[in-house]
Design a protein around this ligand. Structure first.
Ligand SMILES: Nc1ncnc2c1ncn2[C@@H]1O[C@H](COP(=O)(O)OP(=O)(O)O)[C@@H](O)[C@H]1O
Ligand SMILES: N[C@@H](CCC(=O)OP(=O)(O)O)C(=O)O
Length: 358
């Protein structure tokens, strides 16, 4: 089987200071991806840059609100961006295709599988998928946090071996990156949870989520068994170096060793679609957080919140009110309310459809 990786390119890397597309940089990244593609690595490219590349194309007569501006600039900029990618890949004899994703495309198992099928058929036919959020129609609560989140969802969905997140910085530092005392963190184990305190809220002028989302998504994805690397896209031959395992400044999240099924991976990333809550008692919490594989039975439930249907995603809340996981409900909320606290019913969340956070 071919190695399969996701490479995510941030806006900062693709644009010059004057916010025009940095074609030299794009061409260099495309060359590296083309080399890997020719050497039998399957690559899915998640590329930002639509808003940034559309911004200086259009001068509006009136001042636009931020949503309309993002819609307008991305609709123009995405065409420019993909056109440039198409040309650069064609020069290498490679065909690429565009996928514009919205959060809704991950909301139900059916949508999710449709999307997975689309990328699989592209890869099987040697087409490089280039993914971006569909910024023109994804607004407010329908938006991904940013393309880092989208790249993590895709790496998990497509069973990738590695996720490489390229930005304008070598990785995560132990403090403000401009402070000479800050050191680059080379490796992070998914059990380490003290790193967040080092991350500043600053972010690049064209980007969206900043280092915090990169860190959160990287931890989650690494826990699912996928190695994640945050690195500087401006370092010469960076993608090839990271794929070949050549020592290069970067922050690497060590992949967890636990096998996680495809359906569980979908559930792990579906928290944003939760339709309700299942509150459990202290006894159930104890077994769930132990390493035993158990399902949640109605007898251990104390309260149901929200209205949900069979197969909807729900949050699991413990006796102290803390969310400890997510899962897919086998009952409607009405039926769950009717049988909560009772014995002799099938599980409300089967182990196969249950994810308990660390
Ligand atoms: N501890 C930290 N280590 C590294 N970078 C950090 C840290 N805290 C905040 N940052 C900021 O995160 C930025 C990268 O995130 P972001 O702006 O989202 O990039 P991109 O647009 O490439 O996705 C860096 O330019 C840096 O200013
Ligand atoms: N989808 C947007 C990019 C949003 C985003 O996440 O940007 P970045 O943080 O630079 O990866 C665009 O193409 O402009």
């Amino acid at each position: 089987m071919k190695d399969r990786i996701v490479v995510k390119i941030g806006s900062q890397l693709l644009t010059r200071k004057d916010e025009t597309l940095d074609i030299t940089q794009m061409s260099d990244l495309v060359d590296q991806i083309a080399e890997l593609h020719k050497n039998n690595t399957e690559i899915i490219l998640v590329s930002s840059g639509a808003v940034a590349s559309g911004r200086n194309e259009i001068k509006t007569c009136t001042k636009l609100d931020s949503v309309s501006a993002r819609q307008l600039y991305s609709s123009v900029g995405q065409v420019k961006l993909i056109h440039r990618y198409y040309d650069l890949f064609s020069q290498q004899g490679i065909i690429c295709g565009q996928i514009l994703a919205t959060k809704e495309d991950f909301s139900t198992r059916r949508h999710y599988l449709n999307q997975r099928n689309c990328m699989n058929v592209m890869l099987e036919n040697n087409v490089i998928p280039i993914v971006n959020e569909n910024d023109a129609i994804s607004v407010n609560e329908l938006m991904f946090t940013d393309n880092d989140e989208l790249s993590g969802l895709i790496a998990a969905m497509m069973d990738c071996k590695k996720l490489i997140i390229l930005s304008n910085i070598d990785g995560i530092y132990t403090g403000d990156p401009s402070d000479p005392d800050s050191k680059l963190i080379k490796e992070i184990d998914s059990n380490e949870n003290h790193i967040e305190k080092y991350i500043q809220s600053s972010r690049s002028s064209t980007g969206r989520g900043g280092m915090k989302t990169k860190y959160n998504i990287a931890r989650k994805v690494a826990e699912e068994g996928i190695e994640v690397i945050i690195a500087n896209g401006r370092i010469k031959n960076i993608i090839s170096r990271l794929v070949k395992g050549i020592d290069t400044p970067s922050t690497r999240f060590i992949a967890g060793s636990k096998e996680i099924s495809g359906v569980k991976k979908w559930i792990i990333h579906s928290e944003g679609f939760a339709k309700g809550e299942i509150h459990i008692n202290e006894g159930v919490r104890k077994v769930l957080v132990s390493s035993k594989a158990v399902s949640i039975l109605p007898i251990g439930i104390t309260k149901i919140v929200g209205n949900f249907e069979i197969d909807d995603i729900v949050r699991i809340i413990d006796h102290t009110g803390k969310q400890i996981g997510i899962g897919r409900s086998s009952y409607t909320s009405d039926k769950a309310k009717e049988i909560l606290g009772q014995a002799n019913h099938k599980p409300i969340i089967h182990y196969d459809y249950l994810y308990i956070e660390k």
